[in-house]
Design a protein around this ligand. Structure first.
Ligand code: GTP
Length: 586
């Protein structure tokens, strides 16, 4: 195949601006998927993303296209990308494998937080961008205003912009022609030694690890002996091919092509996303590794326990499989005296955690329990004797909001310790920039912003620095037994309120027992809240007939002593449902 006829591109856009719908039209127009087989949003094969209507995993696809009135045939490799802020690292992975991208903007919504975030990523990769305004069929489309904003924010000229409806296909063929005209073919060298970039990987039950690659230089053939650069692992290629969108075998992949490689590697840790594949005859000195990706850093941590403790091993295996194509997921072992063996799992954000929980359920039939989320805190020490100061991560938060919600949005941000750093007015929206503790996300910031803007605000964030924080540990005890899974780190200012709320909530969740239960919430070692659950009063007098007062008192007395003995010896057992109700509602 002629390298000059390959176009590798992505569609980048804010959530819901129409990426998947546009991808469907492209598949149709190029006859990649016959119309009768076209389930809506074909690329979005992950059942969870279908349910939620957002793209989570990227799925590449190869399309063939003949330009009208010409004999030249082109190969278009489209890589669909996720739009949610929690998954922006996947976008940067995709972009590194492309030469160009369609910057898709909804004509009714205009530029939003992820439009700008993805635009910046694309610039870093020096991609050719085609600005496209979508949904022009809608009566409330504001193509002119959005055109102005595309000009003032990114500098695109009116003549560069395409106006389409991904839904009814208007101007989509024109867009394909522009992709061919404007996006350059891959620039790698055929005669150079092989270098292929792994931009994604999945684990297949039967075939092992399937690596998604872009051949940057040279070519790669079936039965080639290859080496994974970073791990120095050597292996033979058992199958190779491209996505159409299902896997289609071929003999080789040439310079500039995007496809898959199966090597028979079973150990999923050996195939690192971002790694370079080279031929095993070449040494690392002879071939330079391609720039890898910045590994995404998990920011939110949860304890994760199987609801059924027999599922512990299955949970571990399942996490290992998920980690293969989700480099942001990390875990370490954790043990709770109440929930047994589990893991401390790191996620990119709350949505990421929710999605992993659903994937564990749907793909591995696992019911899991996530304990209270925590962000990554640090401690700083001035001297060896120093007890240390708690530091917490801060972010630069950008809120994109319509003009009429600026007031309420500012109120939310100020209430969440945000310091206004900048405010920029555009034609139909405002961008507010704040310095704010990252932990506000786990305290409900996203929902508050949505509510303050009637659902219109969109956000983007970048982690900035660690700052000193008035943080303090909170511990919950029942009859002097610390309940490990209920401990957390909170702000000092909210200590007494949170302590009172926790104590009361636990009181309402715990069933009565034969003995008295004393709930204490300690903050920095001091009891800030206390609740009591009285025991069932067993009627020890029931069997007594006569009314001997002295015997009666003696029995009651014995019962009292028995109870206090039970209290001090009782190894408190807490029903799982009670813990669940505490943990799952935060
Ligand atoms: P994420 O995967 O969540 O990032 O969303 P997406 O960008 O892939 O958006 P998607 O294609 O799922 O479209 C979002 C909604 O907009 C769907 O209800 C589409 O039917 C609708 N939509 C997309 N393009 C058009 C269009 O040109 N016109 C109209 N009227 N609706 C459209």
């Amino acid at each position: 195949m002629n390298q000059q006829s390959i176009r590798n591109f992505a569609i980048i856009a804010h959530v819901d601006h129409g990426k998947s719908t546009l991808a469907d039209r492209l598949l149709e127009i190029t006859n990649t998927v016959p119309k009768e087989k076209m389930a809506e949003q074909f690329l979005d094969q992950n059942p969870i993303s279908r349910e939620r209507g957002i793209t989570i995993k990227l799925a590449p696809v190869r399309m063939k296209y003949k330009v009208q009135d010409s004999t030249s045939e082109y190969i278009l490799n489209l890589i669909d990308t996720p739009g949610h802020v929690d998954f922006s690292y996947e976008v940067s992975r995709t972009l590194a494998a492309c030469e160009g991208a369609i910057l898709l903007v909804d004509a009714t919504q205009g530029i939003q937080a992820q439009t700008v975030a993805h635009y910046k990523e694309a610039l870093k990769e020096t991609l050719t961008l085609i600005p496209v305004i979508n949904k022009i069929d809608l009566p409330n489309a504001q193509a002119e205003i959005v055109t102005k904003d595309l000009n003032s924010v990114f500098g695109f000229k009116k003549e560069e912009i395409l106006y389409i409806s991904a839904k009814n296909g208007e101007n989509v063929t024109l867009l394909i022609d522009e992709i061919i005209k404007r996006i350059p073919p891959p620039s790698g060298k055929k005669e150079k030694p092989l270098r292929a970039l792994i931009f994604d990987a999945v684990y297949d039950e039967f075939r092992g690890v399937v690596a998604y690659v872009k051949v940057v230089d040279g070519e790669i053939k079936k039965h080639d002996s290859i080496k994974f650069f970073q791990n120095n692992v050597t292996s033979e290629i058992s199958d190779i091919g491209y996505f159409s969108p299902n896997l289609v075998s071929s003999d080789k992949l040439q310079t500039g092509e995007i496809g898959y490689v199966i090597t028979g590697i079973k150990n999923i840790r050996q195939c690192r996303i971002g790694d370079t594949i080279i031929t095993s005859q070449k040494s690392e000195e002879e071939v330079q590794a391609l720039p890898g990706y910045q590994l995404p850093k998990p920011m939110v941590f949860f304890g994760m326990y199987p609801k059924n403790s027999n599922d512990f091993v299955l949970l571990k295996e399942s996490l290992n499989k998920l980690i293969l194509n989700d480099t942001a997921l990390t875990y370490t072992d954790e043990y709770s005296s109440y929930l047994g063996s589990g893991f401390r799992v790191g996620f990119l954000g709350l949505l990421h955690a929710e999605i992993i929980k659903e994937r564990l359920k749907q793909e591995f039939n696992l019911d899991i329990l996530l304990t209270m989320p925590q962000v990554l805190y640090k401690k700083s020490f001035d001297s060896a004797q120093d007890k240390g100061k708690m530091l917490e991560p801060y972010m630069k938060l950008s809120v994109y909001t319509p003009k009429d919600s600026v007031g309420p949005v500012m109120n939310v941000c100020q209430g969440r310790l945000g310091e206004l750093a900048n405010m920029a007015y555009h034609d139909n929206y405002v961008v507010l920039s704040y310095d704010m503790p990252y932990s506000m996300f786990i305290r409900g910031l996203s929902n508050e912003l949505k509510a303050a803007s009637n659902g219109y605000a969109s956000i983007d964030y970048e982690l900035s620095t660690y700052k000193e924080a008035n943080l303090t540990p909170l511990e919950v005890r029942v009859n002097d037994n610390p309940i490990d899974v209920l401990s957390e780190t909170i702000y000092e200012e909210e200590a007494s309120r949170v302590a009172r709320e926790k104590a009361l909530k636990l009181k309402n969740s715990l069933p009565r027992q034969q003995f008295r239960q004393v709930i204490q919430v300690l903050v920095a070692g001091n009891i800030l809240a206390r609740e009591e659950i009285p025991p069932f009063r067993k009627d020890v007098l029931q069997k007594m007939s006569g009314g001997d007062r002295r015997r009666k008192d003696k029995l009651l007395d014995a019962q009292k002593k028995g109870k206090s003995r039970m209290l001090s010896h009782a190894k408190i057992s807490i029903p799982q449902e009670a813990l669940l109700s505490m943990i799952e509602n935060g």
